[in-house]
Every structure is written in structure tokens, then in C-alpha cells.
Design a protein around this ligand. Structure first.
Ligand code: CU
Length: 67
């Protein structure tokens, strides 16, 4: 399981957007987003490129924070 920090989420709509953005990445599954902590966790069955995650997060309108 991997945990990443997401910046810019403020409501349930944001949670859904981030959830969909991460879930659309090949190899990532079981995504959970914690609005209060500003984090997302997921399982991955192949190594996942953090740059790809960053791109998807940014395309959804949020930022990948420092771990
Ligand atoms: Cu929102």
C-alpha cells in the first residue's frame, strides 16, 4: 500500500475527483481518499511512476504534496 499527500482538496467533490484520477491509472486499485488528512492511499500491482501520479493529480486540479 502506498500513501501520498494531496494538496487542495476541500470537499467531497474533490475527493471524488482525486479518486477517479488515481483509479484511472493503470496498475492502481483500491484507492481511498482521506479529506481530513489530505491523503490518498492505494494498492498497486506494478511499480507506479510518481510522475504519472503527479500528472493525473494536476490534471484533476490538485497538487501532489511532499511525502
Ligand atoms: Cu471540492
Amino acid at each position: 500500500m502506498k500513501t501520498i499527500r494531496i494538496l487542495g482538496m476541500s470537499c467531497q467533490h474533490c475527493v471524488t475527483s482525486v479518486l477517479e484520477a488515481l483509479s484511472s491509472i493503470k496498475g492502481i486499485h483500491d484507492v481511498r481518499v482521506d479529506l481530513e488528512k489530505g491523503t490518498a492511499t492505494f494498492e498497486h500491482n506494478v511499480p507506479v511512476d510518481l510522475e504519472i501520479i503527479k500528472q493525473h493529480i494536476e490534471d484533476a486540479g490538485y497538487e501532489l504534496g511532499q511525502e
